[in-house]
Design a protein around this ligand. Sequence first.
Ligand code: SF4
Length: 502
Amino acid sequence: MTDQALIVAAHGSHRNPDSATPTYEHVDAIRDRGCFAQVREAFWKESPSFRDVIRTVDADEAYIVPLFISEGYFVDQVLPREFALGITDMRGTDHEPEVIYTDPVGTHPEMTDVVAARARRYLDDDVAESETALAVIGHGTERNPNSADAIYNHVDALRETTDFAEVGALFMDEAPYVDDVLEAFDADNIAVVPLFIADGFHTQDEIPELLGLTDDPRAGYPVPGEVSGRRIWYTSAVGTDPLMPEVLLERAADAGADIDHTAPETAPVRPDAADAFVSWVDSATTREWGELAVTHTDAGYALRHHADADASREALSTRDLDEFRSFARSDDDGRYRPFAGEESLPTGWTLDGLDADGLCRAVAAVYPAAIETWHDDPDAVPYREVAARQTGIYERVSNLSREGLIDVTTAVCGNCAKRRDWDESADDSLPVERGAGELPCREPCSFLVAAAREMLVDEPLDPDEQAPDHPDADVPPGDLTDPANRYRVRYRQARGAPEPTH
Ligand code: SF4
């Protein structure tokens, strides 16, 4: 038996912190099962990226299971492209696992059971399944017939395997639509399960309103909710269900993974990279790593925000390693940090008494895959190369002018704790300060690419636009569509747009 790793590949978000929550929870649950040498999460919009995560694996085989509902653009194009590039760009290590790419989790037959179990869990005990309708909601899109097919396949299976009085599909973007729910079913009780991976705007705002459960989604919605004298039992996204880790495991098993195997407990960071990092930390009294500062104490390593390096121990609150990742996802004002390098780590805390493994775990929670990138020192990938492999709505970021790239880089990388290396060659070099320190950025991140698209390609700013000259603190840093977003304001400042007159 060779060592095997599992990578759960998900979408993630620059704006919605809940997008990644089920991924983390499922990965933690699978890790507790102990059947893989490593269990990693990877994201399109968060860290580690699909390209970087391979670097963190120290196993002969890596099973990549897409945490997506159906085949389509991401599963068929984006993930294979990004993972393949990640592997071929590896160099200087012998940690190149054989990659086994599976079908998405959402089309696995066991998802049918998860949908049914979720509906039953929400129904009161005195509501009989045989007198209840079950609606499965999908996004649906005419651009991707697989999206609806995945829903209909589960609907057909639910009709065969459950006692629900009626089972049907409803969609956001194609007929039959979600707001047809009362016409689509006859039963007085209707269980409604959204076949989405994570909760967000669709499942928590749009669908409850379309179902008639609320006029103000921010105030929540009742379960069950009464609509025209009938009761609707609306569950949150099926992808958050605690049964999902089993489906992920089944997907890996179908592709050849041995999920009854017992793997030795493994480190959060690839061992050779972790050893090198700890040696580097040990060779100085204090080390800075992005916004983090590591010091040595009698009780082990202590980690703080570097701004607190000289603060007294009593002035800081003690954090717990187990909740450190989720703590580091928000800034001091509770705003979701849209990319790992953003210079917005919360201050005023300390993590004490860490051993070498705990130190690496904490550091990787803030800057995923960065220790491995620092250790491996892979070839830098310039913006033009990253832009050239974009497809779909991002394809046009290749059109970005050099001046535009300079302004976006100034706006985004100028607020990042990483040292920008991706333009290090003479041909690609930009006249923008790189940042200092050891924490490397060898390839433009997804937030920079998203910023390039939002600010320059799809929504070019009118020079006469009366845009705010200060960021609005209420606008999420990841909401690049809002003119008062901090990065849009920084971009306008970099571009030298005329100051507004108001
Ligand atoms: S591309 Fe810029 S903003 Fe993104 S991680 Fe690299 S240095 Fe930071």
